[in-house]
Design a protein around this ligand. Structure first.
Ligand code: NDP
Length: 250
């Protein structure tokens, strides 16, 4: 087992499903104590908790909506009481919708921007006192932030905002030895998304994207987790302010 994060504590937002789940497990397997938050209870939480039980370390799944300041405060306070400090934050929580711009409501704009961008501010802002020399912050952006895509202007704007946030924090936090980076996934096939597609939809989806992705396959959650682990580890000690595309060559 790779122990590059041995005895460190890492907070992962939106760690119960998809990419966040893979990050949670990878971080725990790398030797860290992981605190992962989510909103909705269910069998998937019990299953993840069961998997984490088999991984050495002090792991916690905490119900906390990262768009609600009071819930972020409680989450961070829980980390402080239990672990004292944090080595890493991975802001992975994000929501998406496909809406023509003319029909995009302010509520929907806010839901998407609050989850991807404002929550990144909230979590890092509140957890900052727990970070010190050597700490690493990673935000999960999206390849669309620098490409653009129809029907997702709100999502694209939120993810582009993360690029600015990362650049700004890099300049501000580097003197304290805290690194801040972004991982921008391309088309990642999560088990949940795959399960929703009919065979016809899947064929159409594959045809549409095969020409766009040089490696001619969708990414896996583990592909993103690998890049995140690298950015949390000492191996990336001189990398900050970067946006790493993990997209199979779009
Ligand atoms: P999923 O929808 O599969 O999972 C999202 C996770 O975030 C869930 O654990 C969900 O928990 C949690 N979450 C959502 N909102 C909140 C909230 N307000 N507070 C706390 N937790 C929350 O997403 P993916 O795994 O597909 O995506 C993960 C990240 O990667 C997102 O930021 C997404 O934008 C980005 N991304 C994904 C791509 C892809 O192809 N899948 C491509 C590019 C970027 P719960 O179920 O409890 O709400």
């Amino acid at each position: 087992m790779n122990q590059q994060l041995s005895d460190k504590t890492v907070l992962v937002t939106g760690g119960s499903r998809g990419i966040g789940r893979a990050i949670t497990l990878a971080v725990a397997r790398a030797g860290a104590n992981v605190v992962s938050c989510y909103r909705q209870d269910g069998e998937h939480i019990d299953a993840l908790a069961g998997e984490l039980k088999n991984v050495p370390g002090d792991h916690q799944l905490v119900k906390a909506d990262v768009t609600v300041p009071g819930e972020v405060d409680a989450l961070v306070e829980g980390v402080r009481e239990r672990h004292g400090r944090l080595h890493g934050i991975v802001h992975n929580a994000g929501v998406i919708s496909h809406v023509p711009f003319g029909a995009l409501t302010l509520d929907e704009w806010n839901r998407v921007v609050d989850t991807s961008l404002t929550a990144a501010y909230l979590v890092v802002n509140r957890a900052l006192p727990l970070l010190s020399e050597g700490a690493s912050v990673v935000a999960i952006g999206s390849r669309v932030a620098t490409v653009g895509i129809p029907l997702r202007a709100h999502y694209t704007a939120a993810k582009s905002g993360l690029i600015g946030l990362v650049r700004g924090l890099t300049k501000e936090l580097s003197p304290s030895g805290i690194r801040v980076n972004l991982v921008s996934p391309g088309m990642i096939e999560t088990p949940e998304a795959a399960a929703k597609l009919s065979p016809e939809q899947r064929r159409a989806y594959e045809e549409r994207y095969a020409d766009i992705i040089a490696m001619r396959r969708f990414g896996r959650p583990e592909d993103i987790a690998g890049a995140v682990l690298f950015l949390l580890s000492e191996q990336s000690a001189y990398i900050t302010g970067e946006n790493i595309n993990v997209d199979g060559g779009i």
